[in-house]
Ligand binder design. Sequence first.
Ligand code: SF4
Length: 329
Amino acid sequence: MSLAALDLSGRPEGLAAVRHDWTREEVRGLFALPFTDLVFRAAEVHRAYFDPAEVQISTLLSIKTGGCPEDCAYCPQSAKFDTGVDAGKLMSLDAVLTEARAAKAGGASRFCMGAAWRSPKDRDLDKVCAMVEGVKALGLETCVTLGMLEAAQAQRLKGSGLDYYNHNLDTSPEFYGEIISTRTYQDRLDTLAHVRDAGINVCCGGIVGMGEGIEDRVGMIATLASLPVHPESVPINMLVQVKGTPLSGTAKLDAFDFVRTIAVARITMPASMVRLSAGREDMSEETQALCFLAGANSIFCGPKLLTTPNPARDRDMAMLAKLGLRPMA
Ligand code: SF4
């Protein structure tokens, strides 16, 4: 594919600034570009839609840890794997608000809360709605990830003022069955549709480095980029291998392939926040800088990402300062 052919790939002056009809062939063509051409094109798209010097700082808190009945092969919180993560109870409202205040004081503008559930029970949803209301009252953007949702549950969350719901597609439809057996790809798409129909912004991305092939990264991005409305937030995670999970010991993905995935997400979903998510603890600053150049404009700050290690805030702030980047207001 020539670079000229890509001029329609998400530039505001192009024929279609934001497209929803990305074919796998086109997405494959982007992945196949010379690395520098791909990153250059992604940086152009990034600059057309965002201030490239700004990075959104988010905080992710596990409000209910472990004991999950699902079998996501990457996840230390599944009850099916012996990973040393103990099952906890849902945190209290006060404890969550204390964490949210600390996150805000530390520069976060968005506060995400995750619960290790297949889907929330109605009595738990009431408690989560109170947390959303409390966190919003602090002036923070809110996001929750609670598993599968019914339409009525999505409406209740919307009523509490929730800004974003996270539910990842994880990988391509073809590779999905290698990773999860307890819910289907269609289940995930259904939850995303309920969230969208309720008027909540969608946070949806995936994980790379799970032993998938290039065609699976193509399939994942093509699926996300051809949703009727692009997710407003697209987290791209590098697998964090946890002992005891089936994916522990998987061959590591080359850092350039990770950056390519970020770049293709940026080009195909130009107006979305592309979040450089899990896996930064083991990622060099140079790789992260390439991710920012390729269009990533959001990170999670704080020493833990649910249950896995993440760079401490001071380290991230020092890195952003070195790169001349600043937290998004
Ligand atoms: S990723 Fe979520 S749904 Fe899957 S096992 Fe972990 S906590 Fe459960």
